[in-house]
Design a protein around this ligand. Structure first.
Ligand SMILES: [Zn+2]
Length: 606
């Protein structure tokens, strides 16, 4: 089992570890290993235009985060081509489809970037150019592999010509038309070759050599070598992609054990059921079963004594007994009461969120769903939805409340933070005080919340505009409170401000805390957003082009919850996958087809 993952930066822990493993693969595969190149991988991620190319790095890793191979792709957005600089697997990975999966992913990325072809180098398989038998056998294997995709050497140019008399075995320039182009057009090819030699081989290839190679692309049509290893009829140039908009839908039936049968307790199991009824069979969604995650993921945002308290307090309760917090020892936090149920007030922000026998189990399952959905994004999916209850966005580092016990979206954000930068956008009617509290003094997760002014709405004590974060987190919390009466257009103007701030933060992942209680006639809200508004809001968020994890928060008008959710997701998925503007990052959907090879794009001693 392995997944293909994009490495966005060289700073987050998982990515740092991956880069070290890539260096190890380079050292084991290439002798002598190109130390300067290895060193550049991380720096290029940091500054993607360092060599006039935008750099994109994919790894194949197993579930224990061992890197089994990688592909390093260059993108030239002005000339519109991609160049596969390196593709390599571990020495002891024989087959297993890793090389093929990486190459598939690279082709898919190149196509998503609208490249007019994927270029790379491949060492020659002809005896005249490569006298070494062993090397030539290897080269043939590579050529055979690429030929299956229709990729072949461009012939009739001086690209293979040595520029020093002692050189031999210089690589062919290969062309993969990505299922769209049979061969490169002449003028385009001249630009491509010039860009490769000038930028990639800067300092190695002399100007007159470059001119000679470019001029060798004569007036006649460009030709690719005839097929040598595979019958043309068996070539498949099709780019395998997952259905672009399929959203991973993760939920767990165990949420229903948490059922507070009291009048006015609107946070009930029917909420999830009414959403599922509307979307579970919808072609936009693909159901993904929830996996169990250990407690340490909760501890990444909640204090251990708070988690332990909830676990024990729930376990001690008889079936239908409820304990509501009733004493709040706010004057002396250093003296927590001994009695378990007195402690409820010590760890709670209000008087209407009870402890029940099953609250802990249900809340744990919600966390599992959020983490499973987050994992889907890490695996390369663009959109995932954790349809959970109890909700989480009012749960703080060491406090529950507002129907929430554990902060699902914050836990997922912490998890995603191992792989890149994360922003949380809370679009529930109520302020997302939980993640604000958790990340208030941190700058690695941007927290943004659009909600009803806390002078009128729960949680009343937080969500004001002047709460900006503190310490190194100052400037990384944004609250956009709106009036008690707010309609779609007014809302969208705040949403646009929120998205501007998020865009400037340049996240690799966006977590959306989705409250549907902003909808018209919600029993806990006062706004008037319609289905159409939800669709437009979803679309605006989708247009960020960032992979999005949606985590369910509030929303209590059960008659219309499903339709409202559907509108939101239809908008979110409909947003076009934007081609990345210069300087921004992107992540196209990925595929996982399997084929057997290992390979490298050579970088000969040009
Ligand atoms: Zn709410």
């Amino acid at each position: 089992m392995f997944r293909i993952r994009r490495i966005h930066d060289e700073v987050s822990p998982a990515n740092k570890a991956a880069l070290a493993q890539i260096a190890a693969i380079m050292h084991s595969r290439f002798s002598p290993a190109p130390a300067e190149e290895i060193d550049q991988f991380g720096r290029h991620l940091h500054n993607p235009f360092l060599k006039s190319f935008r750099t994109i790095l994919f790894i194949a890793e197993n579930m224990r985060q061992r890197v089994m191979g990688f592909a390093y792709l260059l993108h030239e957005p002005r000339i519109r081509f991609c160049y596969l600089d390196w593709i390599a697997t571990e020495v002891d990975t024989s087959g297993g489809g890793i090389g093929g999966a990486l190459y598939d992913r690279v082709r898919q990325e190149a196509a998503a970037l609208d490249a007019m072809g994927l270029f790379f180098e491949c060492l020659p398989d002809e005896a005249a150019l490569c006298p070494d038998d062993v090397l030539r056998t290897d080269n043939r294997k590579r050529m055979r592999f690429y030929e299956k995709y229709g990729a072949r050497p461009i012939v009739g140019t001086a690209y293979e010509k040595p520029y020093r008399p002692d050189q031999n075995c210089l690589p062919h320039l290969m062309f993969d038309g990505l299922g769209r182009f049979e061969k490169p057009e002449r003028i385009f090819l001249r630009k491509v070759v010039r860009a490769i030699l000038e930028h990639k081989y800067a300092g190695y290839a002399a100007p007159d050599y470059i001119r000679m190679v470019v001029d060798s692309i004569g007036p006649g049509p460009v030709t690719l070598r005839e097929h040598r290893y595979v019958k043309p009829s068996t070539v498949s140039t099709v780019i395998v992609t997952r259905p672009a908009g399929r959203i991973a839908l993760v939920f767990h039936d165990r949420h229903a054990v948490h059922h507070i049968h009291e009048r006015g307790y609107v946070e009930s199991p029917v909420r999830v059921r009414s959403i599922l009824r509307e979307i579970s069979a919808h072609p936009l969604f693909e159901i993904v079963p929830a996996k169990a995650f250990p407690t340490r993921f909760l501890e990444s945002v909640h204090d251990a004594d708070f988690i332990a308290f909830l676990r024990h307090a729930c376990a001690e309760l008889k079936d239908d007994r409820l304990v509501y917090p009733y004493v709040f020892p706010i004057r002396n936090k250093t003296r927590p009461p001994r009695d378990r149920f007195l402690l409820a007030g010590y760890f709670c922000i209000d008087t209407f969120t009870p402890i029940s026998r099953h609250a802990y189990a249900a809340a744990r399952k919600a966390v599992d769903c959020a983490l499973t959905a987050a994992q889907e994004l890490v695996n390369g999916r663009r959109l995932a939805y954790a349809l959970v209850r109890p909700p989480g966005h009012h749960a703080e580092r060491r406090a529950f409340g507002g129907f929430c016990y554990f902060n699902n979206n914050a836990i997922a954000a912490r998890f995603l933070g191992q792989y890149g930068r994360v922003a949380i956008l809370d679009i529930d009617y109520h302020h997302g005080n939980g993640q604000q509290d958790i990340f208030y003094d941190k700058r690695d997760v941007l927290t943004v919340s659009i909600h009803c002014d806390p002078s009128h709405a729960y949680p009343y004590f937080s969500g004001f505009r002047d709460e900006l974060g503190e310490g190194e987190g100052e400037g990384f919390n944004l609250n956009l409170p709106l009036p008690e009466k707010t309609d779609g257009p007014r809302y969208r103007s705040a949403l646009s401000s929120a998205l501007r701030r998020i865009r400037a933060f340049c996240p690799d992942f966006l977590v959306v805390a989705l409250g549907l209680d902003t909808a018209k006639d919600d029993p806990t809200g006062s706004w008037s957003l319609t289905g159409r508004d939800f669709e437009l809001n979803g679309r605006l968020i989708g247009e960020l082009g960032t992979p999005v994890l949606v985590v369910q928060e509030g929303g209590y008008r059960t008659r219309t919850l499903g339709v409202t959710a559907r509108h939101f997701f239809e908008g979110l998925a409909a947003a076009p996958i934007r081609r990345p503007a210069i300087g921004t990052r992107d992540l196209a959907p990925h595929n996982n087809s399997h084929r057997v090879i290992f390979d490298r794009a050579t970088k000969a001693a040009r």
